[in-house]
Structure formats: C-alpha cells, structure tokens
Design a binder for this molecule. Structure first.
Ligand code: HEM
Length: 507
C-alpha cells in the first residue's frame, strides 16, 4: 500500500517535470517564433544565457553570439531565463530607441529595492521621470568647468601612481614584472574617491576599507554576488520575487556611515569642496530654504549615499579596466607606444585638462581601445510604452531591449578586421573609412549616456601619461597573448592576473 502511493507520487512528480519541460521548451521558448521574429538558441532553464550564467563564456561573447544568429535582421529575440527579450542589431534603429523615441525606452528596468537596500536606488536604476530630475541635479558636477577644477586632484592621484611605480621598478634594462590589474584597480579607485567624493585615500600603500567595500560588490569570485548581479540586470522579475538585496549589508552600512561622517565633518568644520558631495550638500541647502514654497524634500542620507556608491561603482572599474586594456595594447604594439610617447613628450610636461584633449594620437588610441574593449559590452533598456518598429513589428511594454555594443563594434561590416588594434580608424585628418553613426557607442547614447564620460576620459588618459612618461611597457614572459577576458564580470575586464613588464626610461 505504502509502496504504491510512493510510486504514485514519483510518477506524478515525473509527469509534472516532463509537462513543465515540454511547456517551457515548446511554448515559452517559442514566443518570438510565434510572433514572427527570428530567435536565438535556448536551453532550459537559462533561456539564451546559459553559457554566461554557468561561467562558460563572458557576457560579451554570449550577446555576440545572439547578435550573429540574427545576421540580416534588425532585431533578434532571445530568452532571459523564461522571459522573452530583444537584441537590437541595426544602428539606425538603435538611434531611434536611445534618442528619438527615448520616451518609449526611458528605463533600464534593472532591479532595485529601496525598502531593504537603499543603495540600489540611484541614477542608474531610477525610472524615467525620477531619472530626469536626478540627472538634472547631478549633471553640473560633471561639466567641463567642474572637470577643469577637479583636474588638480586628478593630477595628484596620477602623480602618486607614477611615484608608486617608481618605488617598485628598479632602474636598468631588466625592469620589473607587475600585476598590472591590481595597480590600475587602485588608481581607478583613488581617482574617483578623491575627486568625486573628496576622500583622499592612498590605496597603493595602506589598507583601504573603501577599496574593500567597492571590490566586494564586483568581486568575480564571489558566487553569491555574481548571482545577485545576474538577477538584478538580466532577470529583475526573479530578483523581485525573492525580495533580494543587491548590495551586501556590510557594504551598505559602510557607505551610509562614510557619507554621514563626511557630511557632518563638512558642516561642523565649514569645509567647502568643489566636488560631487558638495553639489549634493548645496542642493539640500537650497531645498531647505525653499521648502515651504515648493514642497521639495531635501535628499536623505540614504539618497546621498546611494549616488556616491553609484559613482564609485560605475567609475572605478570602467576607469581601471580601460587603463589596463590600453597598457596591454601598447605593450604588444611597441611602435604605437613610441608614437604616443613622442606625442606626450611634445607637450613638455604642460599637462592640463585642455592639453590632454588636444593630444590627437592619444585620442585615436583611446577610441580604438574603447571600440575593441567597451567597458559596458551591452546597454539595457526597458520598453515602457508599446513601440512599433519600422517593419511593423510591435515591441510590447515591459520587454527588455539589449544593445550589443561589443558585438556592433566587432562587426566587420562596420569595422573591417575587427580584432586588429588600429587607431587610424579614428583619425580625424585621414580616417581609413567613415564610422557609421551608432555603430560606436562605448559611453551609450541619449539622455542616459554616461554622465562620467569626461571624468573617465580625463582620468584614464592622465594615468596613462604618468606611466608612459616614466616607463616603457612591455609584455612579460607570462602575459597571455591574445589577451584573456575575465569571464564572470559585467564590466569588460582583462583577466585578473594580467602581468606586464615596466622598464624605467632614462629621462
Ligand atoms: C572609460 C570610462 C567609462 C566608460 C567606458 C563608461 C561607460 C558607461 C556606459 C556605456 C554607460 C551606460 C550608458 C547607456 O546606458 O546609454 C554608463 C553609464 C553611467 N556611467 Fe559611465 N563609463 C565610464 C566612466 C564613468 C565614471 C568615471 C563615472 C562616474 C564618475 C561613471 C558614471 C556613470 C553613471 C552614473 C551612469 C548612469 C547614467 C544614467 O543612467 O543617467 N562612468 N557609463
């Protein structure tokens, strides 16, 4: 009797599993086909993202494959676990989504949960209307003028970088092999923490809790954090279902406490700095004054902490990865390095915000680095209003739309011989071909393009100038050529243990 009921449970369970598999494979995973759209390969239960979720491939490779499967089509459908989503392949359509019809795609739809995780609610995750207001408030802290003002602090960080390297690398032709990723990570963090938030940490030399907290959020070896990242970005519905928090509790407490201390210190000591934190403090003061007439509420401590957290998160890894990719490409392309060194020498130490912008070859090298290694390999948008494509296809409200920046920038149709590092593609005087609008979008486009673009460009170039002025950069005996990319991160990163050899220049 007992055996019979046990068997019945087993058979029912098996039938349920089989029904579920059949339902997902033949119904859920045929959504796009049923709607007349080409769709990418899928596998249960990951949809089209299995290779990334299981760490077999990097996120840019997975979206590159989806992009290639859609060859000849402006969009291709795919599945993020069980949810149908789209990859847009056509640059003209991208323009329409990012700029012309921004109203229909004004959100990213990434997960945030203000109630249990205040740090997850910021400019990046905020919905359309809130975003517009926040962006309006925050933009002045990243203007050209503000960058000029902050440049001195940036200079101090890159000088420290040069000095730190000089203390490590002995004079002589032998040089020294260094774990370059660690060094650029510290630089990225120093420059953003001291310039944007006003914290002068020197993380090259001592323990740095700010660095530890930032790295905890992006640590590729932390499985739990990796899962939080995946769910927040590609499957926010699942994250919401589990009422998940994105920021580890310890990191959240650390940032809120840090911002609290900075605010109190500045208020009690009458300290005024022209940095991002000051913009927020000034804003609060202005709101306090006009509170009764316009009913606005000042930013809470949590809100100030979440924007600070975002800038550090969005700024340090992109800056550090970009500098690292540049150093690698220049190490394996010695002629380019020499040409760039000559250009840097030609300004004869007069490094200002303006002179950096005028370095033409530097600009070409920088753009080519961003083409080959875009820090954000995909952009995310959520369709918030039904939208009809030029071919009559309806994108329904609620559909996640991915923009495959990496795949576009590596498509030979737009960039012939895409694996070749070729700065001349970006020559203003004699371009080797015309770049198709919206085929090169490393900082995104439209009202949600990177707010820290100027900051990122200036700090990466400055770091590079300080390194190249003092050292020749070469591949080390164990440098992996071609370069390996870190598998588990969302920001495109060189592999963690990348080494390069630095040889001190005679000058
Ligand atoms: C080389 C360095 C950098 C690159 C390549 C980069 C790239 C990007 C990209 C591709 C986006 C998404 C744009 C879109 O969806 O259209 C973005 C957004 C953003 N970035 Fe950057 N970024 C860099 C540096 C920085 C820095 C230094 C900061 C802060 C100081 C920063 C702060 C942000 C913020 C806050 C957003 C969200 C903007 C919004 O939604 O309004 N980024 N960045």
């Amino acid at each position: 009797m007992w055996e019979n009921s046990w068997l019945a449970y087993l058979v029912t369970g098996l039938l349920l599993v089989i029904t579920c598999l059949v339902f997902v494979n033949f119904y859920v995973y045929s959504y796009w086909k049923r709607h007349g759209l080409i769709q990418a390969k899928t596998s249960f239960p990951w949809g089209s993202l299995g290779d990334f979720v299981l760490s077999k491939k990097c996120i840019h490779e997975v979206y590159d494959e989806i992009y290639k499967q859609g060859d000849g089509h402006p969009v291709i459908g795919y599945y993020s676990f069980f949810t149908p989503a789209l990859v847009v392949r056509d640059p003209d359509l991208l323009k329409s989504i990012l700029v012309r019809n921004y109203d229909s795609f004004s959100e990213r739809g990434v997960y945030s949960n203000r109630a249990i995780d205040p740090l997850s609610h910021h400019l990046f995750s905020s919905p359309g209307d809130q975003h517009r207001k926040m962006r309006h408030v925050l933009s002045p802290s990243f203007s050209d003028n503000k960058m000029r003002y902050m440049f001195e602090t940036m200079q101090a960080c890159s000088t420290k970088l040069g000095e730190h390297l000089s203390s490590l690398v002995p004079r002589g032709a032998e040089g020294m092999t260094l774990k370059i990723k660690e060094i650029t990570n510290n630089y990225g963090l120093n420059v953003i923490a001291s310039t944007a938030v006003g914290i002068d940490h020197n993380s090259f030399e001592k323990e740095n809790p700010l660095a530890d907290a930032a790295l905890k959020v992006t640590d590729p070896d932390d499985l739990m954090q990796g899962l939080r990242f995946i769910l927040s970005f590609v499957s926010p519905k699942i994250a919401k279902f589990f009422n998940m928090r994105f920021t580890p509790k310890g990191v959240s407490d650390f940032y809120i406490d840090m911002v609290d201390k900075i605010v109190n210190y500045r208020k009690s000591h009458n300290v005024v700095r022209k940095d991002f934190m000051q913009v927020l403090l000034n804003l609060n003061e202005e709101i306090e004054k006009s509170k009764e007439s316009d009913g606005r509420e000042p930013l809470s401590l949590d809100e100030m902490a979440s924007q600070t957290f975002l800038f550090i998160l969005a700024g340090h890894e992109t800056t550090s990865a970009s500098l690292c990719f540049l150093l690698y490409e220049l190490a394996v392309n010695q002629e380019m390095q020499q040409k760039l060194y000559d250009e840097i020498k030609s300004v004869d130490g007069d490094i200002t915000y303006e002179t950096i912008k005028e370095l033409e070859y530097m600009d070409m090298i920088f753009n080519e680095m961003l083409r080959k290694y875009p820090a954000a390999p995909v952009l995310i948008r959520l369709c918030v209003k039904d939208f009809i494509l030029p071919n009559g296809f309806l994108i329904r409200k609620g559909t996640q739309v991915m923009i495959p920046v990496y795949a576009l920038q590596k498509d030979p149709k737009y960039f012939p011989q895409p694996d070749k590092f070729e700065p001349e593609r970006f020559s203003k005087r004699a371009p080797i071909y015309e770049i198709v609008p919206f085929s090169f979008i490393p900082f995104g486009e439209g009202p949600r393009y990177c707010i820290g673009k100027r900051f990122g460009i200036a700090s990466v170039k400055l770091g590079l100038i300080h390194i190249l002025s003092k050292f020749k950069v070469l591949p080390a005996s164990d440098t992996k050529i071609p370069l390996e990319i870190e598998k588990k991160t969302f920001v495109l990163n060189p592999y963690k243990d990348l080494t390069l050899k630095l040889v001190a220049r005679d000058t």
